[in-house]
Ligand binder design. Structure first.
Ligand code: HEM
Length: 117
Protein backbone atom coordinates (compact mmCIF):
# COMPACT_ATOMS: atom_id res chain seq x y z
CA UNK A 1 0.00 0.00 0.00
CA UNK A 2 2.83 2.34 0.96
CA UNK A 3 4.72 1.54 -2.26
CA UNK A 4 1.57 2.18 -4.32
CA UNK A 5 1.23 5.57 -2.61
CA UNK A 6 4.83 6.39 -3.57
CA UNK A 7 4.00 5.48 -7.18
CA UNK A 8 1.01 7.87 -7.09
CA UNK A 9 3.27 10.63 -5.63
CA UNK A 10 5.63 9.93 -8.57
CA UNK A 11 2.74 10.33 -11.05
CA UNK A 12 1.72 13.54 -9.21
CA UNK A 13 5.27 14.87 -9.69
CA UNK A 14 5.21 13.95 -13.40
CA UNK A 15 2.02 16.03 -13.74
CA UNK A 16 3.69 18.96 -11.96
CA UNK A 17 6.80 18.61 -14.18
CA UNK A 18 4.71 18.54 -17.38
CA UNK A 19 2.65 21.60 -16.31
CA UNK A 20 5.61 23.65 -15.12
CA UNK A 21 7.89 22.48 -17.94
CA UNK A 22 5.33 23.36 -20.61
CA UNK A 23 4.86 26.77 -18.96
CA UNK A 24 8.64 27.36 -18.72
CA UNK A 25 9.09 26.59 -22.43
CA UNK A 26 6.54 29.31 -23.22
CA UNK A 27 7.93 31.74 -20.64
CA UNK A 28 11.51 31.48 -21.86
CA UNK A 29 10.69 30.81 -25.51
CA UNK A 30 9.05 34.21 -25.72
CA UNK A 31 5.63 33.14 -27.10
CA UNK A 32 3.79 33.25 -23.76
CA UNK A 33 0.78 31.22 -24.85
CA UNK A 34 -1.17 28.54 -22.99
CA UNK A 35 -0.74 25.06 -24.47
CA UNK A 36 -2.63 21.77 -24.31
CA UNK A 37 0.36 20.21 -22.53
CA UNK A 38 -0.17 22.57 -19.58
CA UNK A 39 -3.76 21.36 -19.21
CA UNK A 40 -2.63 17.73 -19.53
CA UNK A 41 0.03 18.20 -16.80
CA UNK A 42 -2.46 19.98 -14.55
CA UNK A 43 -5.01 17.19 -15.00
CA UNK A 44 -2.43 14.49 -14.14
CA UNK A 45 -1.37 16.45 -11.01
CA UNK A 46 -5.03 16.99 -10.04
CA UNK A 47 -6.13 13.35 -10.40
CA UNK A 48 -3.05 12.00 -8.57
CA UNK A 49 -3.34 14.78 -5.94
CA UNK A 50 -6.99 13.93 -5.21
CA UNK A 51 -6.01 10.24 -4.84
CA UNK A 52 -3.27 11.29 -2.38
CA UNK A 53 -5.74 13.43 -0.41
CA UNK A 54 -7.32 10.23 0.93
CA UNK A 55 -5.58 8.76 3.99
CA UNK A 56 -4.31 5.44 2.60
CA UNK A 57 -0.77 4.06 2.79
CA UNK A 58 0.26 6.61 5.46
CA UNK A 59 1.00 6.17 9.15
CA UNK A 60 0.67 9.89 9.93
CA UNK A 61 -2.19 12.43 9.89
CA UNK A 62 -2.64 14.29 6.61
CA UNK A 63 -2.65 18.10 6.75
CA UNK A 64 -6.08 18.86 5.29
CA UNK A 65 -5.71 22.64 5.55
CA UNK A 66 -2.61 22.38 3.35
CA UNK A 67 -4.33 19.98 0.93
CA UNK A 68 -7.36 22.31 0.75
CA UNK A 69 -5.15 25.31 -0.04
CA UNK A 70 -3.41 23.28 -2.78
CA UNK A 71 -6.79 22.32 -4.23
CA UNK A 72 -7.96 25.97 -4.32
CA UNK A 73 -4.68 27.04 -5.98
CA UNK A 74 -5.09 24.27 -8.56
CA UNK A 75 -8.68 25.35 -9.29
CA UNK A 76 -7.43 28.92 -9.90
CA UNK A 77 -4.74 27.59 -12.26
CA UNK A 78 -7.45 25.59 -14.09
CA UNK A 79 -9.68 28.65 -14.37
CA UNK A 80 -6.81 30.77 -15.73
CA UNK A 81 -5.87 28.10 -18.30
CA UNK A 82 -9.55 27.82 -19.29
CA UNK A 83 -10.14 31.56 -19.66
CA UNK A 84 -6.78 32.16 -21.39
CA UNK A 85 -7.28 29.19 -23.71
CA UNK A 86 -10.72 30.51 -24.74
CA UNK A 87 -9.20 33.93 -25.49
CA UNK A 88 -6.53 32.27 -27.65
CA UNK A 89 -9.19 30.37 -29.60
CA UNK A 90 -10.84 33.72 -30.40
CA UNK A 91 -7.48 34.93 -31.76
CA UNK A 92 -6.70 37.18 -28.77
CA UNK A 93 -3.55 36.82 -26.70
CA UNK A 94 -3.28 35.77 -23.06
CA UNK A 95 -2.86 38.82 -20.78
CA UNK A 96 0.69 38.90 -19.33
CA UNK A 97 -0.56 38.85 -15.72
CA UNK A 98 -2.64 35.75 -16.44
CA UNK A 99 0.31 33.98 -18.06
CA UNK A 100 2.79 34.73 -15.24
CA UNK A 101 0.22 33.87 -12.57
CA UNK A 102 -0.07 30.30 -13.89
CA UNK A 103 3.70 29.74 -13.44
CA UNK A 104 3.76 31.51 -10.10
CA UNK A 105 0.82 29.55 -8.68
CA UNK A 106 2.23 26.24 -9.97
CA UNK A 107 5.56 26.97 -8.25
CA UNK A 108 3.66 28.12 -5.15
CA UNK A 109 1.80 24.79 -4.97
CA UNK A 110 5.08 22.88 -5.16
CA UNK A 111 6.54 25.16 -2.45
CA UNK A 112 3.48 24.61 -0.23
CA UNK A 113 3.86 20.83 -0.77
CA UNK A 114 7.48 20.68 0.35
CA UNK A 115 7.84 23.57 2.85
CA UNK A 116 4.51 23.44 4.77
CA UNK A 117 4.64 20.39 7.04
C1 HEM B 1 -0.23 22.41 -9.70
C2 HEM B 1 -0.66 21.71 -8.69
C3 HEM B 1 0.20 20.91 -7.72
C4 HEM B 1 1.57 20.88 -7.56
C5 HEM B 1 2.63 21.69 -8.31
C6 HEM B 1 1.86 19.91 -6.52
C7 HEM B 1 3.13 19.56 -6.06
C8 HEM B 1 3.42 18.57 -5.16
C9 HEM B 1 4.74 18.11 -4.79
C10 HEM B 1 6.05 18.69 -5.35
C11 HEM B 1 4.59 17.12 -3.87
C12 HEM B 1 5.70 16.28 -3.20
C13 HEM B 1 5.95 16.78 -1.79
C14 HEM B 1 6.74 15.81 -0.95
O1 HEM B 1 6.86 14.62 -1.28
O2 HEM B 1 7.22 16.28 0.09
C15 HEM B 1 3.17 16.95 -3.63
C16 HEM B 1 2.61 16.05 -2.73
C17 HEM B 1 1.27 15.98 -2.44
N1 HEM B 1 0.24 16.63 -3.09
FE1 HEM B 1 0.45 18.00 -4.57
N2 HEM B 1 0.65 19.40 -6.04
C18 HEM B 1 -0.37 19.99 -6.77
C19 HEM B 1 -1.73 19.77 -6.60
C20 HEM B 1 -2.29 18.98 -5.61
C21 HEM B 1 -3.70 18.82 -5.36
C22 HEM B 1 -4.81 19.50 -6.17
C23 HEM B 1 -3.82 17.98 -4.30
C24 HEM B 1 -5.06 17.50 -3.61
C25 HEM B 1 -6.22 18.04 -3.63
C26 HEM B 1 -2.51 17.58 -3.88
C27 HEM B 1 -2.21 16.72 -2.84
C28 HEM B 1 -0.96 16.29 -2.49
C29 HEM B 1 -0.69 15.36 -1.39
C30 HEM B 1 -1.73 14.75 -0.46
C31 HEM B 1 0.71 15.17 -1.37
C32 HEM B 1 1.51 14.33 -0.33
C33 HEM B 1 1.77 12.94 -0.82
C34 HEM B 1 2.40 12.09 0.29
O3 HEM B 1 3.45 12.49 0.82
O4 HEM B 1 1.83 11.04 0.60
N3 HEM B 1 -1.58 18.22 -4.71
N4 HEM B 1 2.48 17.84 -4.44
Amino acid sequence: METLRHVVVFVHLIGFAVLFGAWAVQAFGGRRQFTRLMTIGMTIAAVAGLALAAPWGVSYELNYVKIGVKLVVLLVIGALLGIGGARQKRGASVPAAMFWLVGLLTAANAAIAVIWR
